[in-house]
Design a protein around this ligand. Sequence first.
Ligand code: ZN
Length: 325
Amino acid sequence: MTSSLQYVFRTTLAIRGATGLTRAIKSASNSRQVHTASNFPYTTDISSSPFASIQRGKTRSIMPTFSSMEEERIYRKEHLALAFRILHRYGFAEGVAGHCSVRDPVQPDTFWVNPQGKSFARMRQSDLIQCRVEDGEILKGELPVDASATSIHSQMYKAAGRGRGQEGGSEGGVESLVHVHSPYTKAFSSLNRSLSMISQDACAFYEQQALVPFAGGVFDNQEGARIASFIRSHHKVAILQNHGLLSVGRLSIDEAAWWQISFEMCAKAEILASSSLHPKETFVFAEKNNIIDTRNEIGTSEMGWFCLAAYVEEEEWHSKGEHKL
Ligand SMILES: [Zn+2]
């Protein structure tokens, strides 16, 4: 988190349902100042936190609010630059492959995406290219953008609309997208199935993984629209078969980056566990009620944002402010 940003708490009402589910509903009003310690914003108002059920003592505060759309634009672009650096640090960059984007809050019919061939490790907010949602056309920026980025991202933003809490937005709306070719995910994408429920972390993805058949390289909006047509409002990720993964951020770029990292870890765990099975052995699968309870705790958009927070803190330390340039 940047120390220059003033963190206020979006009053959040945690509603516990009959099944013990926790669902966060945010209100832009009634903002509340939170404390910080070692770059770690927290609140004492535990009842208002979406993390209340998983923490004791004081509670981590949720996403910051902003005094203007322009301030939010800066935050989103800086976190997108940090997301590239994090993905590089964990081995998710490969050649010229990979593109991540965030919707522009000032002009929500546009989004910011990386120039193709620019190092993930050196990404700065000023390197990002602004494109139009309608057709992926480049509006601002000198460098070239991967045609598959403009086509997939534009058609996904167009089909899904704005995310929760935004004007005209919905639960199924999209504010950010992350796509890379990470090694275990790429291997897993050839299996014609979604993750098995063999770990607590995999539960976050239960029944929220779209499978998109491979139809060659993506170079036009028609193919981008075909991919978008497979991704429903409840999906976190789309397994692009024989290719890689597209993860969705309903609230933030941090969330989309985290689902990408978490899916890779789950795919790795499943491949490693598969290789260790003795003949006639099978996995111990999680039970459905436990899977759903776990997904409702660790699989929310807010948790996705929070899970990346430590990586963001580390990357800001490495960057020494370069990502803000
Ligand atoms: Zn790709």
